[in-house]
Write a protein that binds this ligand. Structure first.
Ligand code: IVH
Length: 676
């Protein structure tokens, strides 16, 4: 058969397969038997195997199951569904606890009580109850907005539909994990790769009669918003959940001291294989709700909880090649292409080598036999090299001195703050000059935490880039839709959807906008700080004067490194042009100022000396929560200087000279109607 004919046959079969997927997953009306479906899938896969040039991005080998259509209504979570930071070692736990004690400004020997809960590897869901009735159920979605999957959740037996207990809150959003037992998964006659996918797929069936057939389970562990919850800590909350009729994890424990957390972790890790559902670690939550509240969140995860992931899996394989990837900040990341190997159920064929220094330190070479470790969802990495097995001809790996994409020189920068040479080598070109950097910048621009354009993923960025449809961010908003409509795999409807998703995102917050620009060292948290500082896009865009840069040093969290990076961003004409062009097509919302009616409205504060029982970071959060501001030096702009133990005399004297009010901690807390 000619190449063209094979291609045509393959595309035909693939398209039939996708039609059946749609019938099965979207419409829940399969028209062929499971066996026929499997045979069809096998045919597609074997064509791919025989003819390597085939493989479409739509191939069943790439796609697990089927991405269901977006026919669920979306709703905002009243309280965002956060994710958790990870800990892999005892040291990570020590650091986690240290951060907490520092933030709370409590002594290291204070015993923090934790709720230690096995982390179920399923799909989280939010169940809203009003007056004891299960009223609405949402998926996590992006954490801010979830899908209304009430009908599907209602099929789960573990989810109480009506709760009569007197102390059940008037309104509450109960959260927990939907999953399938491993034993049930084995008996499922479905096409899912693992229990987690099966839970996710069946939760997103359009027809809840189909969901009903899957033995989904639900374990509750937390809540979002509530009205009338009379509980002060997590372990009591877990007890209440049980009383109210929810399933909770029998392996939940209340524990203090890191050595005991480790003991419990080891015990549960040993039991792991005997538990009938997948767990991938232990979640530790500070037990006391009042302390949780004080600790608050950082970016997308709480300061008061962490996931202690189970130890990794290791395997021996061989390095076939070393590839250099270029990131959006120009960083050259070496990646080892290894002989594919199954590590703990996942086939691994890439391992990160981190950077040039790491390759030199471990003397990693192409052809080496290496031990590879895969821990949690992090990218596998190389633990050690077996130098004895090395052939005589093996050569040291020379890191490229020129960018493999644009040919610019690669450089290692000297970091003025740390006074050290960077471990990372970078392409020295200016952003959009280098093709690889451009593509990565665009991927970042449309990513989840940035513009989050529905259906505009990494693959589409790459495709559109190749077709010269996009080069700069503004091109996304000036796409030639007619041209796209005629492309393979696109049609009127999909183009309409794309246009709709893009149009929807033309309204954007300043915070997200700044983050989307992908300025080095400006992640989510810093973008937030900058947006609060500048308030409007025009103030940010016209940033140019030295004083304006220096002023940024007053933002707690922004330092010289970030400022230098912003300076370098604005010194690049291409970036300025991008800002101008984006301004034409977008509506960038001013940052929402903290409530103007807070108790500390328009007042500025500075702390000097050590406070008692409260850290600087917490004072700052408290001030901001009440619409006040903190600044970093004594000046006429300052309203209150808060003094603790051993204050800096110079600051106090200068404040007095400027007739600024100098207050003690107690007086400050009184201003907030707090006494301790
Ligand atoms: S608490 C901010 N408790 O882990 C608190 N999460 O990475 C976050 N998970 O999306 C949720 N078991 O799907 C919590 N006992 C447990 C959990 C748990 C599993 C999942 C959940 C969440 C993810 C956080």
């Amino acid at each position: 058969m000619s190449k063209d004919k094979v291609k045509k046959l393959y595309e035909q079969k693939l398209s039939i397969l996708r039609k059946h997927d749609k019938k099965y997953y979207d419409e829940s009306k399969p028209v062929i038997s499971d066996l026929d479906y499997d045979l069809l899938k096998k045919e597609v896969l074997s064509l791919e195997q025989k003819h390597k040039y085939l493989k479409s991005s739509d191939s069943p080998s790439n796609i697990v199951g089927y991405t269901p259509s977006k026919n669920f209504k979306k709703f905002s979570h009243k309280v965002p569904m956060l994710s958790l930071g990870n800990a892999f070692s005892e040291q990570d736990l020590v650091n986690f606890e240290k951060k907490i004690t520092n933030y709370l400004s409590i002594k290291n020997d204070f015993e923090i009580q934790y709720s230690a809960e096995p982390k179920i590897d399923g799909i989280s869901a939010s169940l809203i109850y009003k007056n004891g009735i299960f009223y609405k159920g949402l998926s996590r979605g992006d954490g801010k907005e979830g899908e209304d999957i009430t009908n599907n959740l209602a099929t789960i037996k573990d989810i109480p539909k009506r709760i009569l207990s007197k102390d059940f809150p008037k309104e509450i959003d109960i959260r927990g994990e939907v999953f399938i037992n491993n034993s049930d998964f084995k008996n499922l006659n479905e096409k899912f790769a693992n229990p987690r996918n099966a839970a996710s797929g069946s939760l997103r069936q359009k027809n809840s009669e189909e969901t009903k057939k899957i033995p989904l389970k639900f374990i509750a562990y937390t809540f979002g918003y509530e009205k009338g919850l009379m509980v002060n800590n997590q372990s009591d909350f877990l007890k209440k959940l049980k009383e109210w009729g929810f399933k909770t994890n029998p392996l939940n424990r209340s524990i203090s001291l890191i050595k005991n957390l480790i003991k419990n972790y080891q015990e549960i890790e040993k039991k792991r294989a005997t538990i009938d559902f997948d767990i991938d670690g232990i979640v530790y939550k500070v037990n006391d709700f009042a302390i949780q509240k004080r600790l608050g969140n950082i970016a997308n995860s709480p300061r008061w909880a962490i996931a202690h992931k189970f130890s990794s899996n290791k395997a021996v394989s061989k390095i076939l090649d070393i590839e250099i990837q270029i990131g959006r900040t120009g960083a050259l990341t070496p990646v080892a292409k290894i002989k594919p190997i199954n590590i703990g159920g996942v086939v691994v064929s890439n391992a990160t080598l981190h950077n040039e220094d790491e390759i030199n330190r471990k003397d990693i070479r192409i052809g080496d036999e290496v031990v590879i470790e895969r821990a949690g969802d992090v990218i596998p990495h190389i633990l050690s090299v077996d130098k004895k097995k090395r052939s005589k001809n093996s050569k040291k790996f020379i890191f490229p001195k020129h960018c493999p994409s644009c040919g610019s020189e690669t450089i290692k920068e000297f970091n003025n703050v740390t006074k050290k040479v960077d471990a990372v080598r970078r392409c020295s070109s200016e952003g959009y000059y280098c093709d690889k950097i451009s593509i990565e910048k665009l991927k970042h621009f449309v990513s989840k935490e940035a513009f989050n354009i529905d259906g505009f993923g990494k693959k589409i960025v790459e495709n559109f880039w190749k077709l010269k449809l996009i080069k700069h961010p503004q091109d996304i908003f000036n796409l030639d839709f007619l041209k796209i409509e005629n492309l393979d795999g696109w049609g009127k409807l999909s183009v309409q959807n794309l246009k709709y998703s893009i149009d929807q995102k033309k309204n954007i917050s300043l915070e997200r906008f700044i983050y989307s620009l992908g300025i080095r060292h400006i992640g989510l948290e810093n973008a937030k700080l900058l947006s609060k500082h500048f308030v409007s896009f025009s103030k940010f865009k016209n940033l140019s004067k030295q004083v304006e840069y220096e002023d940024m040093l007053n933002i707690d969290g922004i330092g010289e490194t970030q400022i230098n990076s912003i300076k370098s961003f604005f010194s690049n004409e291409a970036n300025k042009k991008i800002l101008n062009e984006l301004e034409k097509v977008l509506s960038i919302k001013d940052a929402v100022q903290n409530l103007d009616n807070g108790l500390l409205n328009n007042k500025t504060f500075l702390v000097t000396g050590k406070l008692n029982g409260i850290s600087r970071a917490e004072v700052k959060s408290l001030i901001e929560e009440h619409s006040g501001k903190t600044i970093s030096s004594v000046s006429k702009k300052l309203d209150f200087l808060i003094i603790g133990e051993k204050p800096t005399k110079k600051k106090v004297d200068y404040a007095k000279e400027l007739k600024i009010r100098v207050i003690e901690q107690a007086e400050f807390l009184k201003m907030l109607n707090k006494t301790s």
